[in-house]
Design a protein around this ligand. Structure first.
Ligand code: RM4
Length: 254
C-alpha cells in the first residue's frame, strides 16, 4: 500500500537535505510533489527528474520563504499544477552557527525571518488553499530537537525551532474544524548542508555521535518516513503532536 497515493504535496527547501529526501519518498508513496528552493537550481532540477522517473508529476519554484509573496506563489502553483494541495511540509531553514555575545544583528534577523516568518507565511498560504478546497489536509513542520534543548552557537536558531513547534500546536487548533492536521517532527543531528561546517570539527562530531543510543548521526532519509507517516491518513487522528526523530539523543542524559 502506498501511503500518499494520489496526494498533492508541497515542500519548502526541497532541493537538498531533509526536504529532498522527503520529496522523493512522497513520490515513491504515490504523491505528486512541488518543491520550493532558493539558489540550488541544479539540485532542484535533479530532484524533479527523480520524482518524474518514479512516474509522478513534479515542479520546482524558486523563492525566498522569508518573502511573504513566495508563499502565495507556491500554493497557487501547486493548485495550478496538481489541481489541489493535500499536504504541505514546511522544511526550509538555516542555522548559521555563531556565538551569542557578538551575534550580528543581520544573522539574528535573517534566521528569524527564514525559519519562523517563512514557516508562518507558508503554512498560512497552504492552509488558505486547503480551506478553499474544503476537503482537509495535512501540514508537517520540520522543527528540531532544538525546540527542547539549547545550543551554545544556536541562540538565534533554537527559539525559531521552539516557535515552529508552537506554530503547529496553535494551527492544529485553528485548522482542526477544517479537517487540517498540523504536526511537527523534531530531528536530532541529521547530516545535511545546514551543519556541514559545524560538524567538520571532528571533536564536536564525535561528541554528537557518542550521544546517540542508535550509534550514528541521522541521514535525511531518516526523516522521510516519519514525515510521510504524519502526512498520511494513517495518522488521521494525530494533530498538534511532535515526533522526535533523533536516534534517542534527547533522552540520553544519565
Ligand atoms: C539541530 C541540532 C543539530 C544541528 C541542527 C542544525 O537542532 O542542534 O545538532 O546540526 O540543529
Amino acid at each position: 500500500m502506498k501511503l500518499l497515493e494520489g496526494k498533492a504535496v508541497l515542500i519548502t527547501g526541497g532541493s537538498t537535505g531533509i526536504g529532498r529526501a522527503t520529496a522523493i519518498e512522497a513520490a515513491r508513496q504515490g504523491a505528486d510533489v512541488g518543491i520550493n528552493f532558493l539558489g540550488s537550481r541544479a539540485e532542484a532540477q535533479t530532484c524533479v527528474a527523480e520524482i518524474e522517473a518514479l512516474g509522478r508529476r513534479a515542479f520546482h519554484l524558486e523563492g525566498d520563504v522569508a518573502d511573504v509573496a513566495t508563499a502565495a506563489a507556491f500554493a497557487a502553483r501547486g493548485a495550478e499544477a496538481f489541481g489541489k494541495v493535500d499536504v504541505f511540509v514546511s522544511n526550509a531553514g538555516i542555522c548559521p552557527f555563531h556565538a551569542f555575545l557578538d551575534m550580528p544583528v543581520e544573522t539574528l534577523e535573517r534566521t528569524l525571518q527564514v525559519n519562523l516568518h517563512g514557516a508562518y507565511f507558508m503554512v498560512q498560504a497552504a492552509a488558505r488553499q486547503m480551506v478553499a478546497q474544503g476537503h482537509g489536509g495535512a501540514i508537517v513542520a520540520v522543527s528540531s530537537i532544538s525546540a527542547l534543548v539549547g545550543g551554545e552557537f544556536q541562540t538565534h536558531y533554537t527559539p525559531t525551532k521552539a516557535g515552529v513547534h508552537s506554530l503547529m500546536q496553535s494551527t492544529a487548533i485553528a485548522l482542526g474544524r477544517h479537517g487540517i492536521r498540523c504536526n511537527s517532527v523534531l530531528p536530532g543531528t541529521i547530516l545535511t548542508e545546514i551543519n556541514r561546517d559545524d560538524l567538520a570539527d571532528a571533536a564536536k562530531r564525535e561528541r554528537m555521535e557518542a550521544r546517540v543510543p542508535l550509534g550514528r548521526l541521522g541521514q535525511p532519509e531518516d526523516l522521510a518516513g516519519p514525515i510521510v507517516f504524519l502526512a498520511s491518513d494513517m495518522a488521521r487522528y494525530v494533530t498538534g503532536a511532535a515526533l522526535l526523530v533523533d536516534g534517542g539523543a534527547f533522552v540520553n542524559l544519565q
